[in-house]
Design a protein around this ligand. Structure first.
Ligand code: ADP
Ligand code: MG
Length: 376
């Protein structure tokens, strides 16, 4: 596993950042953003946006693609990473970058450090990007919305994870301390230890079992179910204490399938303890035993308290992302490493900014300004 490619953070300019932000803004409504639109909303004093975009393509932060009706630009994973990491370094949350320490189903995990050299954990959410079709099946309501949805799925996932982790941390649950988030990236305390799945023996098996089960009950009494509570998402720290991670899928105990999710979490622990330690307990928690003493699910708008779709719609609205659907675009989003022809100012690329009124363009320019101010 490699290093995060962050050399770019050092030598790209404020103008590059503005152009990338403009492309990101354009991707609210387009999978492929016409160069003319980027030029118009990036609003650089001296122009030259097309040249900058070509350079950014060479660095693979953008790709230039041919759509059905017009050509344009698209942020790559690396481009989106760049925007988030630049913001987090500007805010002095992150001062240096280390190695990749994990790769999950839908994330990449790195060590980073703050200005005092304190090690931290950086989680980059990557949903619906490499495996767009699966996401489409699972969350079909996104598929109808926008082909750029990988960007929003990842961002929603990170936003939720940060909110859930913060609510849990504030209530004294053993979770990493959440530090900050931006776009699809979450920064949290680094757990010194490893996932339970790497642990072959523990001093007090029954004690750990009881501890993990009482955490499930404590969560349930707060109104939430982890939903993926297993030996990969439970870390054991240097003191042998469990630290729970990985929260984007958390659901409310009011969810119609809550009991099923609850029982599944419980079963994961029982089966793991049996398989790994030969330990079987006669007792385990039941959903009907829960005594609600908190409304965390409501506070953090967990799926099930609200419908999943409403949760995501609410988040999208907070992010200022409309439900615009663009059906006029689309080449294969998956081969971003394939070399592309350079963009030229053809009729096809120039065509599209005209779709917008001057008022709309002005509003987008202000949004780019605001976004850049927030990231500074
Ligand atoms: P995913 O959602 O992709 O499963 P996780 O949040 O479970 O991502 O993280 C994947 C792996 O990264 C974990 O199994 C663990 O090994 C490592 N990891 C995650 N968070 C931390 C952390 N705060 N400290 C140390 N390691 C972590
Ligand atoms: Mg995980």
């Amino acid at each position: 596993m490699g290093k995060l490619d962050v050399a770019m953070l050092r030598y790209l300019t404020g103008e590059d950042f503005r152009v990338l932000t403009a492309v990101e803004m354009g991707m609210k409504n387009h999978e492929i953003v016409p160069g003319s639109l980027v030029a118009s909303i990036a609003n650089l004093r001296h122009g030259g946006v097309h040249k900058l975009m070509r350079e950014l393509c060479k660095h693979r932060l953008l790709t230039y693609e041919r759509g059905k009706q017009y050509d344009g630009y698209r942020l790559t994973n690396a481009g989106y990473d760049y925007l988030a990491l630049k913001a987090l370094t500007n805010r002095k949350v992150i001062a240096s970058f280390g190695n990749q320490i994990g790769v999950g189903k839908e994330s990449n995990i790195y060590t980073v450090a703050d200005e005092d050299h304190k090690p931290l954990c950086l989680k980059l959410h990557r949903l619906g990007r490499t495996c767009f079709r699966n996401i489409k099946d699972k969350r079909d309501y996104h598929a109808h919305r926008n082909k750029a949805s990988w960007l929003y799925l990842s961002r929603i996932s990170a936003t939720k994870e940060f909110a859930y982790m913060k609510a849990l941390y504030d209530r004294g649950f053993p979770v990493p301390k959440p530090i900050d988030f931006n776009r699809h990236c979450v920064v949290m305390d680094l757990v010194h230890g490893g996932p339970l799945t790497h642990v072959t023996s523990v001093p007090d098996v029954e004690g750990l079992y009881d501890n993990l089960m009482s955490l499930i009950v404590r969560l349930g009494n707060c109104g939430v179910i982890h939903g993926d509570y297993n030996e990969f998402n439970i870390m054991i720290d240097e003191d042998g204490q469990p630290i729970v991670i990985d929260f984007p899928q958390m659901v409310s105990t009011s969810h119609p399938n809550a009991e099923l999710y609850f029982d599944r979490d419980v079963k994961c622990i029982r089966e793991f303890f049996k398989k790994r330690f030969g330990f079987e307990s006669e007792t385990w928690p039941r959903f009907s035993d829960l005594e609600r003493d908190d409304t965390m699910d409501r506070e953090i708008a967990c799926s099930g308290y609200l419908r999943a779709k409403d949760v995501d719609d609410a988040l999208l609205e907070q992010m200022g992302i409309g439900l615009a659907v663009s059906s006029d675009e689309g080449s294969d989003p998956e081969d971003e490493d394939a070399p592309r022809e350079d963009a030229e100012d053809s009729e096809r690329t120039r065509e599209d900014a005209r779709k917008y009124t001057e008022d709309e363009l002005e509003r987008m320019r202000r949004e780019v300004d605001t976004s850049i101010q927030n990231d500074e």
